[in-house]
Design a protein around this ligand. Structure first.
Ligand SMILES: Nc1ncnc2c1ncn2[C@@H]1O[C@H](COP(=O)(O)OP(=O)(O)OP(=O)(O)O)[C@@H](O)[C@H]1O
Length: 263
């Protein structure tokens, strides 16, 4: 995953849907941040997922690497936090994004930064292994934390140590690369974190593969989720789709979207 390129969607096929056209509509500051990042059209996973999360639905998203899933959860997360509180207290944790590695968490943090900065008085903290946990505790004590982005081990550790974190107004939990989170043995930490955050929240689970363990995590952590599936189109479909596009079309093919309710 990298940051926005000057050539929009070098890696991700785009849909016909502009961020501007999504329903419910995105807020002006988020649309502005998208424009500044060079993002105009949504990828299929963004077009499907953003409206669902913004409409109080949990989602279980099956999407490959490079499909644009980071913005698919960062954008609705910021919209949900904007609606929930304009001025959170310093230790009021309202959202959390859990990903399997330090690198991935840092990348998400960097993608999220321009969007988080549209929220007034909102503190986002990156919590990953490698550094001293005491330093993270001190930083949160001194500066507060309203959104936590990090790896499960460090997030679990911080939640164990810091009774002062107030989770009562928690709004949204994102589990990124859930298949890798489970493959890496983080089941216990995930279960513990899920048990600590309020049940009345939105949850998005993103995974490149649907294993039995991922299904089990979805059953434990999500409420009546909608499944969003983004898959590579077969070559013959792709050829016929491409043949129908004009040369100036802004809708490169290659990814198809499917959304259905999980039962
Ligand atoms: N709507 C968009 N328009 C143009 N470019 C986009 C859009 N959404 C994402 N991209 C770009 O596509 C690339 C892949 O996006 P992103 O990193 O979010 O995918 P991902 O599915 O999270 O990948 P990974 O699994 O590697 O983390 C990035 O360079 C990103 O800036």
């Amino acid at each position: 995953m990298d940051t926005a390129s000057p050539y929009p969607c070098a890696n991700s096929a785009l849909s016909n849907t502009r961020f501007f056209d999504l329903k419910p509509p995105l807020s002006e500051p988020v649309l502005q941040a998208l424009t500044e990042g060079g993002f105009d059209f949504c990828t299929p996973v963004q077009a499907a997922t953003i409206p669902l999360l913004c409409s109080f639905k949990d989602v279980a998203v099956d999407a490959a690497t490079g499909s644009g899933k980071t913005l698919a959860f960062v954008v609705p997360l910021v919209e949900i936090l904007r609606r929930a509180s304009t001025n959170p207290k310093p230790h009021q944790v309202m959202g959390m994004i859990i990903s399997p590695t330090r690198e991935l968490s840092s990348q998400i943090y960097n993608v999220a930064k321009p969007f988080i900065s549209t929220l007034p008085n909102f503190k986002c903290v990156l919590l990953v292994g490698g550094g001293q946990v005491k330093a993270d505790v001190k930083l949160i004590q001194e500066e507060g934390a309203n959104l936590l982005i990090g790896t499960p081990g460090r997030l679990y550790d911080i939640m164990e140590r810091m009774d002062s974190l107030d989770l009562r107004n928690f709004e949204i939990l994102i589990l990124d690369e859930a298949d890798r989170l489970l493959d890496m043995g983080f089941q216990k930490q995930l279960t513990d974190i899920i048990s600590r955050v309020p049940k009345l929240r939105r949850t998005g689970l993103f995974s490149a593969t649907q294993t039995e363990a991922v299904e089990e995590l979805a059953r434990a952590g999500l409420r009546n989720p909608v499944r969003v599936e983004v898959r590579a189109e077969s070559k013959s479909n792709k050829d016929s789709a491409l043949s129908q596009q004009s040369a100036s079309s802004k809708t490169p093919s290659g990814l198809a979207i499917e959304a259905c309710s999980l039962t």
